[in-house]
Write a protein that binds this ligand. Sequence first.
Ligand SMILES: Nc1ncnc2c1ncn2[C@@H]1O[C@H](COP(=O)(O)OP(=O)(O)OP(=O)(O)O)[C@@H](O)[C@H]1O
Length: 293
Amino acid sequence: MSGLDVELTGLTVDYRDTRAVDSATVRFPADSITGLLGRNGSGKTSMLSTIASLRRPTSGTVRVDGRDPFEDERLMESVCLIRESGDVLSEEKLKASLELVASARPTWDQAYAEELLDAFGLDPRKKPGKLSRGQRSAFGAVIGLASRAPVTMFDEVYLGMDAPSRRRFYDLLIADYVEHPRTIILSSHLIGEVERLFENVVVLDGGTVLLAEEAETLRSHGVTVTGLAADVDAATAGLRVLGEQVLGPTKRVTVLGRIDDATLGRFRAASLELGAVPIEDLFIALTEKEARR
Ligand SMILES: Nc1ncnc2c1ncn2[C@@H]1O[C@H](COP(=O)(O)OP(=O)(O)OP(=O)(O)O)[C@@H](O)[C@H]1O
């Protein structure tokens, strides 16, 4: 089974006096990996919870494959949300949680789950209380991957993992996605680490959709310029610089905005190296109130 399209129209989620998601209209295309980015409290978890039918929208609609998952139990089996908190049986061995998920997910792959447990060094005879935070996160990753749900969402699930485990998770995710394409949504604060995975990017800000674009298009909103510091400074004077890194005599600056031919010519004449803009830099610029004035 491949992925399903997810479409939100005018989605609003209120908690008492807080509007967590505000009239969000956005599509997560089938068979693609979308990064859902936003600062703390921007509404990512609330949005994902409504897609997973854990919360009803206050208004607006959620459609998975054109249908309302709330009204459709079979469809809910196709939507998997993995949260950092972990939705496991806290008093039972991991094995019991795996059996429970396996019974609820028609697309579950037991052999793959066992492979993943091995890859993350997890013992299914242990109880969640005996695991470290990183191991609990890894267990969430195992469930999310082995579920092979047509819509799979990871909500900051890998935050507890150390760097090698996170790298293993990203590599496993990509490898499995290539073999079994599906709709994947990743929310993350570690944008620099995960952005290579994204085909699409959705940025939330204060509950509203600030942008929804293909990652390649987004990256073309700027350029990185690297070379001798004095040359870089001269060539980028007057341009909107998002950030800079200095390494000895070399400097790399990230410039926002489309670069016209004259400017490009200036860069080339000074033998400066041009590169794609890290999505993380664009994200920070877009969501920084100062930068948007
Ligand atoms: N159960 C709740 N009751 C009341 N307010 C809530 C509840 N859950 C979230 N909120 C509020 O809704 C807003 C959006 O929260 P949400 O958790 O969806 O954001 P987030 O982008 O996932 O944040 P983070 O990156 O910090 O996890 C925040 O202002 C938050 O305080």
